[in-house]
Write a protein that binds this ligand. Structure first.
Ligand SMILES: [Zn+2]
Length: 169
């Protein structure tokens, strides 16, 4: 049996991408994302990503990261698998040093500051964004456990109706 070939994670020069208003896209096999793996119920499939560079309105090197795909997580209520569609777009901008990054105030609704690099790991960025996209307690929108407890209520409803009928007299 031969070992699967592990491709090196794509690295890019984010400053050059921003200056050129360029874009780069690809897809990452979920099985390669080791930090995300414990949050998933199944590691098959891939996520499509697209990074578009720009110089933002404040003159900073920036980018937009788009992600499309599906993660399979476990429903916290019934324990069965649940498809979590990922269809996101995040605004980022890049600083040149750790020091500059730490000096950035956290502004809600603002684009996220990241430490840029000429060898920036797209896989790591995609993995960070996916980890943030998984809810702390994922649940089916229409979970069968919730439906079962409704059926349970249904069973008691005739008794309640009878009680209401009796109290009228
Ligand atoms: Zn469920």
């Amino acid at each position: 049996m031969t070992e699967p070939v592990v491709e090196p994670a794509p690295t890019i020069d984010v400053f050059a991408l921003a200056r050129a208003h360029g874009h780069i896209e690809g897809h990452i096999e979920l099985a390669r994302l080791a930090r995300l793996a414990p949050l998933l119920a199944a590691s098959g499939g891939a996520i499509d990503w697209r990074l578009t560079g720009a110089i933002d309105s404040r003159g900073r090197p920036a980018a937009t990261l788009e992600l499309h795909g599906t993660l399979v997580v476990k429903c916290d209520r019934c324990g069965l698998n649940l498809d979590l569609p990922i269809d996101s777009e995040s605004s980022l901008w890049f600083v040149t040093s750790e020091r500059e990054l730490n000096a950035q105030p956290i502004e809600v609704g603002e684009s996220e500051a990241l430490l840029g690099s000429r060898h920036f790991s797209v896989a790591q960025l995609v993995e960070d964004e996916l980890i943030l996209a998984v809810p702390i307690s994922p649940r089916h929108l229409h979970c069968r456990v919730a439906e079962e407890s409704e059926t349970e209520l249904e069973r008691y409803r005739p008794l309640a109706a009878l009680a209401a009928l009796k109290s009228r007299h």
